[in-house]
Design a protein around this ligand. Structure first.
Ligand code: PEP
Ligand code: MG
Length: 584
């Protein structure tokens, strides 16, 4: 019998497949100490896991050979060769012997080192091999976790294609791991559509529903599921008619995706001739290539914190190389690097995240620029790396969570110090590199006349701005229904921002999720937005909306709403804007 469960839709696709109930410890790598007497048996455990991994890949190779998949065959052969690479494996054996730690942990440490080395190689093909190494190491870790010496660890399904993962809650890193393994859909009991985990799900294009209460106990392992990410519904054991309906919808949305391809080469211009600039947000390295493929003007928000989420702060050289590689992928396009924004729902091992969490209101606490201005060494390292990268292309620097002029002055003072050092060391950088500020705090939104003389551009982070203005935690699903980008207070606040920016003559863009949601495209255009930055997968659908908008009519509809909404609070601004396009 069909069981319908509801939550918050995150990524609007449809997924059909089998349920896998994710246990808490499936995605974690256990670390434990060994006694000296157990070291050699741990090495044997590693050897057995290596052997099992090789066998597994050989079997896979036979299957692929039969179906003639040439590229897949090459990939698997590379993976088998890695398993026999003694230069790598000897280091892991040595780690176990000298550090007295378990094999899963030794693999994890080596994996981190290798990925860092790869990132520094100035060749996108070799840098991309990091993914192969990760897959091979994870395979060995899975075999290790099914070994009797560590019975608590359950095996992570190795391939998750056609599998919908049902989790209690996921961090962005865990979601990325499930995405890499090909999960067809994600269902979580907790989480909200504006959390960073949700942003990542959208960026990876994984249909996701969050906040499905008791999902893990109501859904059975292996049961057939249908997930509708648009309406935030999950059907367990769906009856035939529901299944047919969704399979049909799935092929329709595939068709819509294909029709969008026809506008790929077109410039985003409204029907009354106003040209709009579309930029991409980058959460992960792969977003850069997507941004180029989708003809974005560049990257309007490079969330640099993803470099810090690997357990330690990247050093100056590592960051510099990463930014340089990003510029290489982007060619002549612009790259706006946002400085480290961690704290609140974004953690990293380099700060004592648990202690940050322990504060009563982490979202109002030490995060983003506040944290950076507390750890000046960490911050200056990043500023130096960004400045060095600016010698190689169009780089700008963007500061998150600004509240006051004093903060901008502190950033500028540190930046001046970094510039002086680089000059002294004879290292080139762009002397005119632009400094922008994110408008995410309502008080900053109202203080644009004061802030803008100290900045070169503004970028509105609607995700945080809305949470702070509506006093609605972006990660708390119990108030997700209150998180409304069309709340009159938000529309008026945005109106005020664009007006103040125009008066100050400072360029302004929007890089929050609102910019990538086509339901709000006309509203943002009418408010005066001309530069959008969004996850690259949304670029085409937002462009299509721009191509179908007469800006003059949308602006008139907004004016009508501005002068009437207090008299008639029931009028829907979004409907008014859509209607304006037909009434011309
Ligand atoms: C925002 O707040 O809108 C934003 C773009 O920053 P983040 O989502 O990374 O906090
Ligand atoms: Mg933000």
């Amino acid at each position: 019998m069909t069981l319908a469960l509801s939550g918050h839709g995150v990524e609007s696709g449809i997924a059909v497949g089998q349920a896998h109930i994710l246990q808490r410890d499936e995605l974690t790598i256990r670390e434990y100490r060994l006694s000296a007497a157990n070291v050699e048996s741990e090495i044997r455990r590693l050897e057995t896991a290596l052997e099992s991994s090789r066998d597994h890949l050989e079997k896979l190779l036979n299957k692929i050979n039969k179906t003639g998949g040439k590229t897949a065959e090459e990939i698997i052969r590379t993976h088998i060769a890695m398993l026999s690479d003694n230069a790598i494996m000897d280091k892991i054996r040595e780690q176990i012997r000298t550090e007295y730690r378990n094999a899963e942990w030794a693999l994890q440490i080596k994996l981190g080192d290798l990925l860092n080395e790869f990132r520094q190689i100035d060749d996108s093909y070799i840098a991309g091999r990091g993914e192969d190494v990760s897959q091979v190491f994870r395979l060995v870790q899975q075999f290790l976790s099914s070994e009797p010496s560590d019975p608590d660890l359950k095996r992570i399904p190795e391939r998750l294609a056609q599998t919908l993962v049902v989790a209690e809650e996921l961090t962005p890193g865990e979601l990325a791991l499930l995405g890499e393994r090909g999960a067809a859909g994600i269902i979580t009991e907790h989480g909200s559509p504006y959390s960073h985990t949700a942003i990542l799900a959208r960026s990876m294009g994984i249909p996701t529903v969050m906040g499905v209460r008791r999902g893990q106990s109501l859904i059975k392992e292996g049961e057939q599921l249908v997930l509708d990410g648009h309406y935030g519904i999950v059907f367990a054991d769906p009856e035939e008619s529901i299944l047919r309906h969704y399979l049909h919808k799935q092929s329709e949305s595939e068709r819509f995706r294909k029709t969008l391809q026809s506008i790929r080469g077109q410039a985003p211009i409204t029907t009354d001739g106003v040209e709009i600039k579309l930029f991409a947000n980058a959460e992960r390295e792969t977003d850069l290539a997507l941004a180029v493929a989708e003809n974005a003007c560049g990257v309007g928000l490079y969330r640099s914190e993803f470099l810090y989420l690997q357990g330690r702060a990247p050093n100056e050289e590592e960051q510099y190389r990463t930014y340089q590689a990003a510029l290489k992928t982007l060619g002549a396009r612009k790259l706006i690097i946002r400085t480290l924004d961690i704290g609140a729902d974004k953690g990293a091992d380099l700060v004592d995240f648990e202690s940050l969490r322990a504060h009563a209101n982490p979202a109002l606490g030490l995060r983003a620029v506040r944290l950076c201005l507390r750890d000046l060494e960490l911050f200056k390292t990043q500023l130096r790396a960004i400045l060095k990268a600016s010698a190689h292309g169009q780089v700008s620097c963007l500061i998150p969570m600004l509240t006051s002029v004093r903060e901008i002055q502190a950033v500028r003072a540190l930046m001046d110090e970094a510039c002086d050092e680089l000059r002294g060391e004879g290292i080139p950088f762009d002397e005119k590199m632009q400094l922008g500020g994110m408008i995410e705090v309502p008080a900053a939104a109202l203080a644009i006349p004061e802030l803008s003389p100290h900045l070169d551009f503004l970028s509105v982070g609607t995700n945080d701005l809305i949470q702070y203005a509506l006093a609605t935690d972006r990660v708390d699903e119990s108030v997700a229904h209150l998180y409304d980008p069309t709340h009159p207070g938000i529309v008026l606040l945005l109106h005020q921002i664009f007006k103040a920016a125009a008066v100050a003559g400072i360029p302004v863009s929007v890089c929050g999720e609102m910019a990538g949601d086509r339901r709000y495209t006309r509203l943002l255009l009418a408010l005066g937005l001309r530069e959008f930055s969004m996850q690259p997968r949304s670029l085409l659908s937002v462009k299509q909306m721009i191509l179908e908008t007469h800006l003059g009519s949308a602006r008139k509809a907004l004016d009508t709403w501005l002068s009437n909404h207090s008299v008639n609070p029931e009028i829907s601004l979004i409907n008014l804007l859509d209607q304006s396009q037909f009434d011309r």
